[in-house]
Design a protein around this ligand. Structure first.
Ligand code: HEM
Length: 484
C-alpha cells in the first residue's frame, strides 16, 4: 500500500504542477509525467499537428515531459507571431541534447549576444563571398561540371540513386565557402566527414533525441544512440579544427580567402572588447552550423526537383524549352538570367513549396509573456511554427496539394511573388542562408535542365511520399539521368 501511495502521490503532484496555465491555449489531454509525448507522430509531424489544429484551433498547446509547447498554424497566426510579435519569440529554447553538443555556441541554437554577433558576421561574410569577384556563382557552376561528369558516366541507361553525388556537390559549396577548397567525390577524408554528418543528423532526428530533451536526467543514464552523439560531433569538430590550424599556419591578415580567414581577422579586431564573442570555439561551431543547415537542406530540395521533373515530364519539357530559348545550349546559366526565366523560377518555387523540407522550421521560445490568438503565452514556452500549414494553407493557394507552377505566375506568364511562400521561415530567425540556397538551387537546377532529362526507370512509378528526418526528404529512389 506504500507503493500505491507513492504512485498516487507522484501522479497527483505531477497533475498539480503541470496544469495548463490560466489563459493558455487549449490542447489534447496530457497524461501524467509524459504529457502528450504519444500525441507526437514522428513519421508525419506537421500533418498530425494540422489535424490537431482542426480540433483545437490555430494556436494550441502540447506538453512534452515537463515542458509546455505552443503550436502555431496558418498564415495569419504565423505572420503575427514571427513578424508583428517576433521580438518576443526570437530565442531558441534550451534543449538538453543540443545544449550539451554545442555548449550554446554558434548560430542555430544560440541566443543573446552570441547569436546577434555570430549571425551578423555570418550574414555579412556570406554576402561578401556571394557577389563580386570572389563570387560563389563560379564555384557553383564549377561544382556542377564535376557533378555532371559523374551523371554522364551512367549514360542515362542505368538508373542511379543521386543522393550521394548531390550531397557531395552541395557540401562542397560549403567547403569552398568555409575552407577555401573543394574535395574530390572519392576523397577518403571527405567521405568520412559526410558519413559522420549523416549519422549525427539521423540520431538528432530520431525519437531518442526527443526523449532526451523531454527526460534529460533519465536518458543520460540509459543506453541508446544518443550516447554516441557527443563523440560523433567531437570527430566533426576535430576535422574543422585541423582545417583551422592549417589556416593559422599560412595566414596572411591582408587576404580573405574564405570564411575562416575572415573569422580569424574578426577575432583579432575584437580582442579585448567588452562583450566580445569571437573566439575559436565559436568559429568551429559556426562552421559546423553552416554545414548542418546548408548541406542537407539544399541537397534534399534538389533530390525533390529531380523526382518532380520525372513525375511531370510536360513541366520538365516546358522548363527545358524556356532555358533553350533564353540561354541556349552552349552558355552556362547565370543569376542574371533568372529574370528572363519566369517559368523555371516558378517551378523552383513550387518545388520548395511542395517539397516542404523544413515543415516545423526550428523551435522558437518566448522571452517574455505574449498575447496570441486571444491566449496568454508565458515566458519560456517552446514555440513550434508549423510552416507546412502556411505552404498548404487553403486560403492562400489555388490548388494547395497539387504541384502547380501557376501558383507563381500571373496571367501574362510573368513571375509573381506570394506572401505565403515561407519555406525559409520569417522574421529575425529567418534562414540565414536563404540567398545562398536560392542561388544554388537556381544554378544547379537550370544547369541540370540544360544538360539532362530525368525520367523514372521503365515500369516504375515516381513515389512522392516523404521520409521525415532532419528534413522531409523523398524516399530513396533510382532515376534515369539522360544527357540531352
Ligand atoms: C534556419 C530553411 C538552406 C543556414 C533555417 C530555418 C528554416 C530554414 C525553415 C529556421 C528558421 C526559424 O527558426 O524560424 C532552409 C531551406 C533551405 C536552407 C528550405 C534550402 C532549401 C540554408 C543554407 C544555409 C542555411 C544553404 C547556410 C549556408 C541556416 C542557419 C539557420 C537556418 C544558420 C539558423 C538561423 C538562426 O537561428 O538565426 N533555415 N534553409 N540554410 N538556416 Fe536555412
Amino acid at each position: 500500500s506504500l507503493l500505491l501511495f507513492v504512485v498516487v502521490f507522484i501522479i497527483t503532484a505531477d497533475l498539480v504542477k503541470n496544469r495548463r496555465p490560466v489563459g493558455f491555449p487549449p490542447g489534447p489531454r496530457a497524461l501524467p509525467i509524459v504529457g502528450n509525448i504519444f500525441t507526437w507522430d514522428q513519421s508525419r509531424p506537421h500533418e498530425k499537428l494540422m489535424e490537431l489544429a482542426r480540433t483545437y484551433g490555430d494556436v494550441f498547446s502540447l506538453r512534452f515531459g515537463q515542458k509546455w509547447s505552443v503550436v502555431l498554424n496558418g498564415f495569419d497566426t504565423i505572420k503575427e507571431a514571427l513578424l508583428t510579435k517576433g521580438d518576443s519569440m526570437v530565442d531558441r529554447p534550451k534543449l538538453a541534447l543540443q545544449e550539451e553538443v554545442t555548449g550554446g555556441l554558434g548560430i542555430i541554437i544560440s541566443n543573446g549576444d552570441i547569436w546577434k554577433q555570430q549571425r551578423r558576421f555570418a550574414l555579412s561574410t556570406l554576402k561578401y563571398f556571394g557577389f563580386g569577384k570572389t563570387s560563389l556563382e563560379h564555384v557553383i557552376l564549377d561544382e556542377f561540371r564535376h557533378c555532371a561528369e559523374e551523371f554522364r558516366g551512367y549514360k542515362g541507361k542505368k538508373p542511379v540513386n543521386p543522393h550521394l553525388i548531390i550531397n557531395n556537390a552541395v557540401s562542397n559549396i560549403i567547403c569552398h565557402l568555409v575552407f577555401g577548397h573543394r574535395f574530390e567525390y572519392g576523397d577518403e577524408k571527405f567521405r568520412k566527414l559526410m558519413l559522420l554528418f549523416d549519422k549525427a543528423l539521423q540520431i538528432e532526428a530520431s525519437i531518442w533525441a526527443q526523449l532526451y530533451n523531454s527526460f534529460p536526467l533519465l536518458m543520460r543514464l540509459l543506453p541508446g544512440p544518443h550516447q554516441t552523439l557527443k563523440q560523433i560531433w567531437g570527430d566533426v569538430k576535430s576535422f574543422i579544427r585541423e582545417e583551422l590550424n592549417q589556416h593559422k599556419e599560412n595566414w596572411d591578415s591582408t587576404e580573405r580567402r574564405d570564411y575562416i580567414d575572415c573569422y580569424l581577422q574578426e577575432i583579432q579586431t575584437n580582442k579585448g572588447q567588452e562583450g566580445n564573442t569571437f573566439d575559436e570555439e565559436n568559429l568551429i561551431m559556426c562552421v559546423l552550423d553552416l554545414f548542418v543547415a546548408g548541406s542537407e537542406t539544399t541537397s534534399t530540395t534538389l533530390r525533390w526537383s529531380f523526382l518532380y521533373m520525372a513525375k511531370y515530364p510536360e513541366i520538365q519539357e516546358n522548363v527545358q524549352a524556356e532555358i533553350d530559348r533564353v540561354i541556349g545550349q552552349s552558355k552556362q546559366p547565370s543569376m542574371e538570367d533568372r529574370a528572363n526565366l519566369p517559368y523555371t523560377d516558378a517551378v523552383i518555387h513550387e518545388i520548395l513549396r511542395m517539397g516542404n523540407i523544413a515543415p516545423l522550421a526550428l523551435p522558437h521560445s518566448t522571452n517574455k509573456e505574449v498575447q496570441l490568438g486571444g491566449y496568454t503565452i508565458p515566458k519560456g514556452i517552446l514555440i513550434v511554427p508549423n510552416l507546412a500549414s502556411v505552404l498548404f494553407d487553403k486560403k492562400e493557394w489555388e490548388t494547395p496539394l497539387e504541384f502547380n507552377p501557376g501558383h507563381f505566375l500571373n496571367e501574362e506568364g510573368k513571375f509573381e511573388k506570394r506572401a505565403a511562400f515561407i519555406p525559409f521561415s520569417a522574421g529575425k530567425r529567418l534562414c540565414l542562408g536563404e540567398n545562398l540556397a536560392r542561388v544554388e538551387l537556381f544554378l544547379f537546377f537550370t544547369s541540370f535542365m540544360q544538360h539532362f532529362t530525368f525520367s523514372m526507370p521503365a515500369g516504375v512509378e515516381a513515389v512522392m511520399d516523404y521520409r521525415a528526418g532532419i528534413t522531409l526528404a523523398p524516399k530513396p529512389y533510382e532515376i534515369c539521368v539522360k544527357p540531352r
